[in-house]
Ligand binder design. Structure first.
Ligand code: EPU
Length: 419
């Protein structure tokens, strides 16, 4: 995916089926290393970050088979201790999960680099602090980090400085094979963290407290290969719901878990958007104008940072939004790079520290550059809702997290071509 061309200003309506969650798939795929056996995954999204993760696993010795059913079998029995090339691992953030998994399985993990969207510095000090508390030795080399625990890991109390998704998942993976009990305090409670815990428990791990801020893991000696169905992607679902709001709707997303979308749906309700929730579906309709409000991101169940750019884009749309709104970003220091591009469309946004104040204005179609995955999604929403032809370059950033983007948006009536 290089470029997205959109002829915007059309009403979008209809129904789409949401795929599996990228941010659940990544820790589960890498976490599977600790089983040392074969696992079969259904609903695995074919987004570029997940395909990159499979490439990394293959390099390390896993055998990957795409089954006719659409499932993917990963046989981890051939995985050996080693370091995947930086050219692969630095493409995705999820490669950090190799640390916990390789350390637990082989007593040694080395990572040359981890990528992901550029939100400024993305340290992994909390992951490393946790491994050290479990008895590992951490060496930060010039271009890599090496973690060793030749005598195995032991359980520990790990108070996280912030409820980090990555650190909670990584430490949960490592602790599942450690000796004794690990307690992760101030743990993240995101649905994808719970999904990883469910996968590990199915494989034989003993994990409790998931969804609370204190996760307990009692280490076991061995884990086993299992079947796993990746949970629905709440961010993909949320993005299409935002498209429905931006372009009138009604838009219905199917195969979702509505409870995971509660922070977004509550926000929509405050904006005056009509929301209907079914057992595994959500419908939004915004035929009338909607209100801008103040949104603050935070760890689950607060408003997700991964939907912050998309909701900001909705507040920019002068033909639909009323009043003034703001988004305050409390998870990442620097996640407003997309705003410069929205300003080029005519958006009126002023940023003060962590808060972007937005006054709706009439936007113009433009040539835009996607700065990152969700920032690119925000530009796409603005382009869909704005009359005229917009182009979004650097679109590979968007392909990292949205499967069949062109087909899904066309099904809603969008005039969109992906090159
Ligand atoms: N942090 C530290 N030290 C650490 C770990 C985190 O200072 O050791 C800080 C981060 O810099 C950030 C905050 O804590 O300011 C939260 O980071 P977290 O660890 O929760 O994020 P992550 O694991 O790096 C995952 C998702 C992100 C999502 C965040 C928050 C994956 C692969 N990535 O990142 O997804 O925004 O959790 O929910 O799961 C996306 O999908 O677009 C995306 C960026």
């Amino acid at each position: 995916m290089n470029k997205i061309v959109v002829s915007g200003g059309r009403r979008l309506s209809g129904e789409i089926t949401v795929g599996g969650s990228k941010n659940a798939a990544l820790p589960i795929l890498f976490g599977g290393i600790v089983t040392g056996e074969s696992c079969v995954f259904s609903n695995l999204p074919r987004v570029s970050d997940v395909l990159k993760a499979l490439e990394i696993l293959k390099f390390l010795g896993a055998r990957i088979r795409f089954l006719q059913s659409g499932d993917v079998r990963v046989d981890y029995s051939g995985v050996r201790a080693g370091c995947a090339p930086c050219s692969l691992t630095s493409a995705i953030r999820g490669s950090t999960y190799l640390l916990g998994a390789m350390l637990a399985q082989f007593g040694r993990a080395e990572l040359g680099g981890a990528g992901g969207c550029d939100f400024g510095a993305r340290p992994i000090d909390q992951h490393l602090m946790g491994f050290e508390r479990m008895g590992a030795r951490v060496s930060c080399l010039e271009n890599s980090v090496l973690i060793e625990a030749p005598n195995g890991l032991h359980g520990a109390r790990i108070p996280l400085a912030m409820p980090s998704v990555g650190a909670t998942a990584n430490l949960m993976i490592a602790a599942s094979l450690a000796e004794g009990e690990t307690v992760i305090e101030n743990a993240a409670a995101e649905p994808h963290v719970a999904a990883l815990a469910a996968f590990l428990c199915d494989a034989g791990a003993r994990i409790t407290g998931v969804g609370t801020d204190s996760v307990r893991v009692i280490g076991v000696q061995k884990l086993y290969g299992v079947q796993n169905s990746i949970i629905p992607d709440m961010i993909e679902a949320g993005t299409y719901l935002c498209a429905g709001v931006a372009c009138g709707g009604p838009v219905r997303v199917r195969a979702v878990c509505p409870a995971h979308l509660t922070p977004l749906l509550d926000t929509f309700s405050k904006m005056g958007v009509k929301v209907q929730t079914g057992e595994d579906s959500v419908t939004v309709t915004a035929l009338e104008r909607y209100r801008c409000i103040d949104v603050v991101t935070g760890p689950f169940p607060a408003f997700p940072t991964d939907l912050q750019p998309q909701i900001a884009a909705l507040f920019c749309l002068g033909n639909r939004a009323m009043g003034e709104g703001s988004v305050t970003e409390l998870v990442f220091r620097s996640r407003f790079r997309y705003i410069e591009e929205l300003r080029r469309m005519g958006a009126i946004v002023s940023i003060q520290d962590r808060c972007a104040h937005i006054q709706p204005s009439v936007l113009q179609a433009r040539k835009l550059r996607s700065p990152d995955l969700r920032g690119g999604a925000a530009l796409l929403l603005a382009a869909l809702a704005t009359n005229g032809q917009s182009e979004i370059t650097n679109a590979a950033t968007v392909g990292r997290g949205y499967e069949h983007l062109e087909a899904k948006l066309r099904a809603l009536g969008a005039h969109i071509t992906v090159f």
